[in-house]
Design a protein around this ligand. Structure first.
Ligand code: PSU
Ligand code: MN
Length: 330
């Protein structure tokens, strides 16, 4: 395919969008499909640091109405660190990279906002639907826009009942084929963490522990499992990103796993007790598919008296700050 070519009946509104999209391998995406906010487009043009943020955590991962304040806080953390935030979502059938205040409010407060993984994007766009994007959809759209760094809380992964339910988050497969650096606190501890790490190995996704020799445990600072590589500065992450690009080959994500600070983690014994209860209730109530993760996260918030929410927020805040520093490192 012609890189960056303008084809078909679509019209690209600006050359800069073409330039960013020319990173994409063989498909051109018209500007009407992927809308970059003015701020994000300018920053990418000027090669200033940009950090992508997902919206599922805002719409379905955190309790309302606090989620709106959190969404705004996360964007400010990026701005304070000298980078431009790009929260990703689908609104009225348009994939948006960078939301305005109204868009952010809709994601945080409108109960009709759905949860879109990567596979939901095409039908959502065709139907004119609105939804928050998970890690898989966010990483995809951010990479398409030319953004290299993305921050979230905990990735999706292999669920504990995977032998019977085959529930493995689409996050993993998408990250295996998308060139983006994802800063996270590991994978959500509601998952089968060893099985998820094994899948990441099989899929060829590089995992770096940030300031740790152990894979973080989302709400907990450590999952108890070792990581093969440890980095200690944003510059070291940027060096790995550069080496990854220099090597070429299939594009895969780089996972930067940063532990939630120990004094902000959830008490491990409380975590284990409450999680066991929540998993039991999820099974009894027959909750499945996309509903599993929001159900478990929400129940944990209630049963820990809000402590899991504080640990989740502490992890996300730290990840957003680190992502901004990585985006700024060359
Ligand atoms: N990180 C958080 N809270 C969340 C999520 C991540 O701190 O709610 C979301 C992400 O959007 C992730 C999704 O992609 O949970 C995983 O959902 P599932 O297991 O249905 O793939
Ligand atoms: Mn799932």
């Amino acid at each position: 395919a012609q890189r960056g070519a303008i084809r078909g009946p679509w019209r690209f509104g600006s050359r800069s969008v073409c330039a960013h999209l020319s990173r994409a391998r063989d498909v051109d995406m018209p500007e009407t499909t992927l809308l970059l906010s003015e701020e994000v487009r300018e920053a990418l043009d000027a090669r200033r640091p940009v950090v992508a943020l997902e919206s599922t955590i805002i719409a379905h991962g955190l309790p309302r109405p606090r989620s709106l304040a959190v969404a705004e806080e996360l964007e400010s953390l990026v701005t304070d660190a000298g980078a431009v935030p790009a929260t990703v979502a689908v609104l009225d059938g348009r994939a948006r990279v960078g939301l305005d205040k109204h868009g952010m409010e809709r994601i945080a407060t409108d109960p009709a906002v759905r949860k879109f993984g990567h596979r939901d994007l095409a039908p959502a766009l065709a139907a004119g639907a609105s939804g928050a994007t998970t890690v898989s959809a966010t990483a995809f759209l951010a990479a398409r826009a030319g953004i290299r760094v993305f921050a979230t809380g905990g990735l999706g992964g292999v669920h504990r009942e995977w032998t019977t339910a085959q529930d493995e988050s689409a996050d993993l497969r998408l990250l295996a084929r998308t060139g983006i650096t994802v800063v996270c606190a590991g994978v959500k501890s509601i998952l089968d963490v060893p099985a998820t790490l094994q899948r990441l190995e099989t899929l060829g996704v590089t995992v770096l522990g940030y300031g740790t020799t152990h894979f973080p445990g989302f709400y907990l600072s450590s999952s108890g499992l070792p990581v093969d590589w440890t980095v200690r500065t944003p510059q070291e992450v940027a060096d790995v990103m550069r080496a990854q690009r220099a090597l070429g080959g299939p594009e895969t994500a780089l996972i930067v796993a940063q532990p939630v600070p120990e004094d902000e983690q959830l008490d491990p014994s409380l975590h284990d007790r409450v999680l066991a209860e929540a998993l039991g209730e999820c099974r009894e109530r027959g909750i499945d598919g996309q509903a599993v993760t929001p159900f478990l996260l929400d129940l944990l918030v209630t049963r820990t008296g809000g402590a899991s929410l504080e640990a989740n927020l502490a992890a996300v805040r730290a990840n957003v700050r680190l992502a901004a520093r990585i985006a700024a490192a060359r």
